[in-house]
Design a protein around this ligand. Structure first.
Ligand SMILES: Nc1ncnc2c1ncn2[C@@H]1O[C@H](COP(=O)(O)OP(=O)(O)OP(=O)(O)O)[C@@H](O)[C@H]1O
Ligand SMILES: [Mg+2]
Length: 442
């Protein structure tokens, strides 16, 4: 992860239009972590990350920015919804579980890396196991000639397995141990241990069931787990993963406005919201959290919080929490021009998606520029008249414009269908200008 802030922004530009401030702030925060890691340990310990609060109305790209970052970065990253958590003592997920999720995310990154490093070994292990099943072994006292033949057979079978020629053959494989991984990180570590012992008991009890008849193709993927468990050093991976989560982990805390308590509507709020905020304090500030894989210190984990803050304001969060998010960025609402750019300039834009979907039916969909402009204009207008739902409006609007052609696609097989400005206006004008209609349809 040694992209410069400029490179990070450039990458994000491919997917998210405008919102320059947000991109810059995040890029800088990421670079700061890289810079920190180059320093001596003493200084490293002193430099705390500056957490970020992104504020912007719905559908302007808050989640999108984080989603793209997550894809790009090789650092442990998770996105969680603040509204999902409950105060300790209430039923539900406590906030510490997000740290455990981060560790899991980190483990899967490190594991994938190690698997890549040991790709050949793992491949060989799998192929050997399958070949063993396909070719019965030679009796001990076989003649040298037979043994030579067998070797040739072995070689050719290996090639067949690799090429996938025998993918449909059924073989019986036994699994050493079914490792039931508990994805539920909700449990405190002590409970997780209990669950683990139970799973061990059950696995020993079900030894007989560990045999399974499967196709060679399925065996390849089933054996992969076993191979990495056998060939990779999981303890090493866990230690490394814990360290990476500690130094480079990022938690994207979405919908943080949903746990703020509006100063206006007193009394009607869920009392546990404030509890969640309080529970968040030590984690954001830095504390130790026990996980199944060891203790992790949260001092250097970067938190990026985001929220629309329609009904509440950042100042409705408890002061201690506000103070822990010193960097504030506001995302702009989308203008007609931005909407147009979102349609035309983003990678995998909605227009490309629809074009690709219809190409499956043999229809070539073409949008004229005037039509795209009209779509942007009418989407923007609908946002003005009813609620501003940002770029999400494009989804509903496009769906409306293309509903007929999408439905009757087979009639247009091997033809080109041009979406013109007239079509757009014909489909949308009445709807957009009629307040009631647009509330329902768009
Ligand atoms: N600036 C933008 N550039 C490109 N696409 C965008 C932009 N803003 C929004 N979109 C698109 O709109 C959709 C919704 O955006 P996103 O999920 O980021 O909204 P949000 O800001 O998180 O809203 P909410 O507060 O409701 O969660 C996504 O499909 C995204 O691709
Ligand atoms: Mg969102």
């Amino acid at each position: 992860m040694n992209l410069t802030p400029k490179e990070i922004v450039e990458y994000l530009d491919k997917f998210v239009i405008s919102q320059r401030d947000a991109k810059k702030t995040i890029a800088l925060a990421l670079r700061t972590r890289y810079r920190r890691m180059q320093l001596c340990q003493e200084l490293q310990d002193e430099i705390m990350p500056k957490n970020i609060l992104m504020i912007g109305s719905t559908g302007v790209g808050k989640t999108e920015i984080s989603r793209r970052l997550a894809k790009m970065m090789k650092v442990p990253f998770i996105k969680v919804e603040a509204s999902k958590y409950t105060e300790v003592g209430f039923v539900g997920r406590d906030v510490e579980s997000m740290i455990r999720d981060l560790v899991l995310a980190s483990i899967s990154i490190v594991k994938a890396e190690k698997e890549e490093e040991n790709k050949e070994k793992i491949e060989n292990y799998i192929i050997n196991k399958i070949v063993e099943k396909l070719l019965p072994p030679l009796p001990e006292q076989a003649t040298q000639e037979k043994k030579d033949d067998y070797q040739k057979l072995l070689k050719s079978m290996e090639e067949k397995v690799i090429r996938g020629d025998v993918d449909d053959k059924i073989i019986e494989i036994e699994f050493d141990k079914i490792n039931i991984e508990f994805a539920d990180t909700n449990l405190p570590p002590e409970m997780a241990k209990v669950q683990e012992s139970f799973s061990k008991i059950f696995t020993t009890m079900n030894k007989e069931d560990n045999k399974k008849s499967v196709t060679v193709k399925d065996a390849k993927s089933l054996l992969r787990q076993e191979a990495s468990a056998k060939l990779l050093d999981m303890t090493n991976i866990n230690t490394e993963a814990l360290k990476r989560a500690e130094d480079g982990g990022i938690i994207f805390l979405d919908e943080i406005d949903k746990i703020a308590i509006s100063s206006k509507s007193q009394g009607r709020n869920d009392p546990s919201k404030e509890g969640v905020q309080r529970d968040l304090l030590p984690i954001v500030e830095g504390s130790s959290v026990t996980t199944k894989y060891g203790v992790i210190n949260t001092d250097h984990i970067l938190f990026i919080a985001a929220g629309a803050f329609h009904l509440t304001k950042p100042s409705d969060l408890i002061p201690e929490l506000q103070g822990r998010f010193p960097l504030r960025v506001e995302l702009e609402s989308l203008t007609e021009e931005t909407l147009y750019k979102i349609l035309t300039q983003t990678k995998n834009s909605l227009l490309n998606q629809y074009t690709a979907l219809l190409s499956v039916e043999g229809v070539e969909l073409v949008f004229c520029d005037e039509a795209i402009k009209a779509i942007a204009k009418l989407s923007h207008r609908a946002n003005e008249i009813t609620e501003d739902i940002g770029a999400r409006r494009l989804h509903t609007v496009l769906e409306k414009v293309l509903e007929d052609i999408s439905f009757n696609a087979n009639e247009y097989k091997d033809h080109t269908f041009e979406v013109t400005a007239e079509l757009v206006h014909e489909k949308l004008d009445i709807v957009v200008e009629d307040d009631d209609l647009s509330r329902y349809i768009l």
